[in-house]
Design a protein around this ligand. Structure first.
Ligand code: ADE
Ligand code: ZN
Length: 326
């Protein structure tokens, strides 16, 4: 109906998007062919058939394997540029995108190659699409803190090209407290700081992200619902949660969208907004996430508008820019 059309066209801030998670099967196969990389899939249907995940880890195994087709600056440019064109068509006007440098440097891809491709696409997005893009580097939490610190130091020659540090990958058994020093270093460098917490992991990981890493936003955070004291704190301090409903269903955090707690988080006064995480793997970009979740939960137009406004409230943009969107 009319609300769906309005939501599709509405200006959006995308704040939880892994650029490696925008690798569509067509591009994965094309890059594999270009570079002579062997993939265990014969065609696009075989790739899509493999996307039957049972947990975060079952997804990450495929996601890191898929990223192996990204080799040169052109690949990183093509990946990001394809995403930016889709995002602009989806109403995204501002995107804060995650990239996982360690996934690539571990395969021998220099940091310089990564930034060359990504920054070229970012410039094109601004000039050709009017889309503002900012990069947030994520520390892989299944690796050691020292490896995260080394990643951050190796990225410092490109400091002008990123605005923040994040924490992602396997959440279970990799608590935020293991990364205190790298987040301290990031804050001392004037970077924004965010962390994935409470996706599958316990509410305690959200407390740790706030108190020990001193993050400004929580990525996912849906497990906060099981901790009333935490809910009160998140509401009182308006700590943003970047929620990704289709991701949560694909990774079996909830059985289907009608069981997603987005409406309850909103009703509790939290600054929740809707994003897409790894849209090529989870079956929908930000518009799909919004439209499908609003429909499944029967959210009102006012609630839908709140979700969009919260995205701009949570964005790392200057106040005049924020005022234009709120
Ligand atoms: N890396 C890419 N997507 C992720 C997710 N949903 N959780 C943790 N790490 C990720
Ligand atoms: Zn994520």
């Amino acid at each position: 109906g009319r609300l769906v059309e309005l939501l599709k066209r509405a200006p959006k801030a995308e704040l939880h998007l892994h650029i490696e998670g925008t690798l569509e099967p067509e591009m994965m196969l094309a890059l594999a062919r270009r570079h002579g990389v062997a993939l265990p899939y014969a065609d696009v249907e075989a790739v899509r058939a493999a996307y039957a995940f049972t947990s975060l880890q079952s997804f990450l195994d495929l996601y890191y394997a898929g990223a192996g087709v990204l080799r040169d600056a052109q690949d990183f440019h093509d990946l990001a540029w394809a995403y930016f064109q889709r995002a602009a068509a989806d109403g995204v006007v501002h995107a804060e995108c995650f990239v996982d440098p360690q996934t690539h440097t571990a395969r021998g891809i220099p940091m310089a190659v990564l930034f060359e491709g990504l920054v070229a696409a970012q410039r094109r997005a601004q000039t050709e699409l009017g889309l503002s893009v900012q990069w947030i580097l994520c520390v892989l939490r299944h690796l050691s803190e020292d490896e995260g610190l080394a990643m951050l130091e190796a990225a410092l020659p490109y400091r002008e090209h990123f605005i923040g540090l994040g924490l992602d990958s396997s959440e279970r058994d990799h608590p935020p407290r293991q990364f205190v020093r790298v987040f301290e270093r990031a804050r001392a460098l004037g970077l924004h700081v965010v962390a994935h917490a409470g996706e599958e992991g316990p509410p305690d990981y959200i407390w740790q992200a706030l108190d020990l890493l001193q993050v400004q936003r929580i990525d996912h955070g849906v497990q906060a619902l099981h901790d009333p004291a935490l809910m009160q704190r998140l509401a009182r301090e308006r700590v943003p949660l970047t929620v990704c409903p289709l991701s949560n269903v694909k990774l079996c955090v909830y059985p289907d969208l009608t069981r997603h707690p987005l409406g309850r988080l909103l009703d509790a006064g939290l600054c929740v907004s809707v994003h897409s995480d790894d849209p090529a793997y989870f079956g929908g970009y930000v518009g799909d996430n919004l439209v499908q979740t609003v429909a499944a939960l029967g959210l009102s137009a006012r609630q839908a508008w709140r979700l969009l406004a919260n995205g701009f409230e949570a964005a790392f943009i200057d106040e005049p820019t924020r005022a234009r969107y709120l």
